[in-house]
Structures are given as C-alpha cells and as structure tokens.
Design a protein around this ligand. Structure first.
Ligand SMILES: [Fe+2]
Length: 178
C-alpha cells in the first residue's frame, strides 16, 4: 500500500472523535481542507489543512507510538512522519499550527471563539505566546500559511454540513508528494 492509499484508508477507518468536539477527526480534517478550498488557497495549503491533525491517527496506534518513542505532540508526530513523503510547503505549516494558535490567542476576540476543548489544549500546549515568542514566530518562513491553516482548523468543527469524501482528495495528495 502506498502512502496515499494508506492515508485514505486511515481517513475511512478511523472513527475517533476529535478530542472534546462533536465531529470525528476525519470530518474535522476534511472540513479544514474544504475551508482552504473555499478561500482559494494553494494546493499545498489545502493538502496541509487536510493532513494537519494526521498525528492523531498515528498516536492512536499504540504499537507505533511505543516503537517510535513518541510523546503526545501531534504536530511533531505528523511532521516527522509526513515529511518523508510530502513537500516542505505541506509539512512545515503543519509543524507550526499549534504555535499559530498560541500566537493568535493573544487576541482576545480570537481567544473567545476557541471551543472549550481548544482552550484546554492551549494551556497544555504552553499557553498564549509572550511578546518575544510572537516576534520570533512572525519571522518563520511558513508563518502566513500556518496562520491561515489555524483559522480553517478552528472553524472546521461543524456538524450536519455536506461533506466531501476523502477520495475526492486523492489527486491533490498525489500532486503534493515529494
Ligand atoms: Fe485541527
């Protein structure tokens, strides 16, 4: 099974809920990709949105977790795994999408729209960035895409909307491989 087939099979078979939310992890990531498309994002950003929480699928597999001595940092888990297969502009925004939340949460308005689960995880992830961390973060090469990805991420938790199927993204996934 090649990587794209493996990803599609994980999306189809994983039924776990997105921690603390009402949608499944699969629905959440597909909704993120749909929002990226709606915003006329680049192919790499749509692909990054589709795969941004893929680390949770890997972490769900305890054997793999033990073998790779991973901790729970899902963005790093996804990055280390996906960078073997996908282009830099797909995997780099994924790597920093949690940092983007810590950056955006400095804004009160943004903080207020975070779901309860997202507020809880924010604190586990290091909390709101301070001034020094923010300035450093703004200089990251994939800062813009990471911020956009984060905004799609935050909005991709809707129930009862018309969903695309993971198979609709097969050619997009293939075109973003190394
Ligand atoms: Fe997410």
């Amino acid at each position: 099974m090649n990587i794209v087939e493996k990803i599609i099979s994980n999306f189809v078979n994983n039924k776990s809920l997105y921690i603390g939310e009402k949608v499944t992890m699969t629905e959440h990531m597909i909704q993120s990709a749909m929002l990226a498309e709606k915003n006329k994002s680049s192919s790499s950003l749509i692909c990054a949105s589709l795969l941004h929480d893929y680390g949770h699928f890997i972490l769900d597999n305890p054997d793999k977790l033990v073998n790779q001595k991973e901790d729970g940092k899902h963005e790093d888990v996804a990055y280390r795994y996906l960078k073997k297969y996908f282009k830099k502009n797909v995997v780099e925004p994924i790597k920093i999408h949690v940092k983007a939340k810590r950056y955006l949460a400095r804004n009160q308005k943004y903080y207020r729209i975070l779901s309860q689960a997202s507020k809880v995880s924010l604190h586990l992830q290091g909390g709101v960035m301070n001034e020094e961390e923010s300035e450093k973060f703004e200089k990251e090469k994939f800062f813009d895409d990471a911020i956009k990805l984060r905004k799609f991420d935050e909005a991709a938790k809707k129930i009862g909307i018309k969903m695309k199927n993971i198979n609709n993204y097969k050619s997009l996934l293939n075109s973003n491989l190394l």
